[in-house]
Design a binder for this molecule. Structure first.
Ligand code: C5P
Length: 293
């Protein structure tokens, strides 16, 4: 446990516009270490990724939140979930910044050209620019609005569209900033950060994942039942792993860990050993190592 660094917390980030990706989206900055964590819904990715980011003082990217935000916006604006060009255009105009709270929930702050301020239920606090009727910075905080199972289902409906994935790619790669990034999702190790020196792929029984999700959603006050959750999880697994564009799959060089029956601390302990082992590669071998004294 004492082989890797403790850095000061990563600084807060200003919202950054998502740029429309070209075919040749440049790779992430190779000088920035990235830990890529993938796996299906309810496997414990978010809890693990946030714990690692906290421990290392690195940035955290919850890529699933991007797809959830986009799905929510599409619904608010009446954009069909299969309208790839409209969804990609929506993605290209977003400005987002992520904040990780104590409760291990990523809050997404939303701005961006053309955003009219949402449905007014989430505490929008920003001002518009007034000139053309568009809001330059809405400052809307999307917390639980993107956390429901419905939001997850919507996300997995738009996620197979290559144009949507392309529109989100450059933004995700630009999250790789010093001192480092911990990213979780479905294609972090396989597509978004294929050069990551430390890839983790978590698995768990669908039943165990459904039980975990049940607790998480109940804690947030959602009315859910286990049988329905299990059906939703299996449907999402199927969609996420069978789609043609960036399907959920374990990268060849990833460390696989079955989290069934393991609590968060046990998962963190097992993965931390891998992080320590990967540390020289994460630090690019020749870079100044940031080992503790
Ligand atoms: O991780 P989370 O459950 O929030 O993701 C919601 C959905 O977004 C997933 O079911 C998946 O369809 C999609 N997603 C994706 N690629 C990612 C992250 C999420 O396709 N990197």
């Amino acid at each position: 446990m004492n082989n890797a660094p403790k850095s000061p917390p990563a600084p807060a980030e200003a919202p950054v516009a998502l740029t429309k990706a070209t075919k040749a989206t440049p790779p992430a900055d190779p000088a920035v270490p990235v830990i890529a964590i993938d796996g299906p819904v309810g496997v414990g990715k978010g809890t693990l990724a946030q714990a690692l980011a906290r421990r290392l003082g690195w940035h955290y990217l919850e890529s699933g939140a991007l797809y959830r935000v986009l799905g929510l916006l599409a619904e608010r604006r009446g954009v069909a979930l299969d309208d790839a060009p409209a969804l990609a255009a929506l993605a290209g105009g977003l400005e987002l910044s992520f904040t990780v709270t104590e409760g291990a929930t990523a809050i997404v702050r939303l701005g961006g050209a053309g955003d009219g301020g949402g449905d007014g239920t989430d505490g929008a606090d920003g001002g518009g620019d007034g000139a053309d009727g568009e809001t330059a910075e809405t400052g809307e905080i999307l917390g639980d609005a993107i956390r429901s199972e419905q939001a997850g289902r919507r996300a997995s409906q738009i996620a197979p569209l290559p144009a949507v994935r392309a529109a989100l790619l450059a933004w995700q790669r630009a999250r790789a900033r010093p001192p480092g990034l911990v990213a979780d999702g479905r294609d972090m190790g396989s597509v978004v950060f294929p050069d990551s020196a430390c890839k983790i792929f978590l698995t768990a029984d669908a039943e165990a994942r459904a039980a975990r999700r049940l607790l998480q959603l109940q804690e947030k006050g959602f009315d859910v039942n286990l049988a329905q959750l299990l059906r939703d999880i299996k449907a999402r697994d199927e969609r996420d792993s069978k789609r043609a564009a960036s399907p959920l799959r374990c990268a060849g060089d990833a460390y696989q860990l079955d989290t069934t029956g393991r609590n968060a601390a046990q998962v963190l302990a097992a993965v931390w050993l891998r992080v320590e082992r990967a540390w020289p590669r994460l630090q690019n071998l020749h870079a100044q190592p940031r080992r503790p004294a």
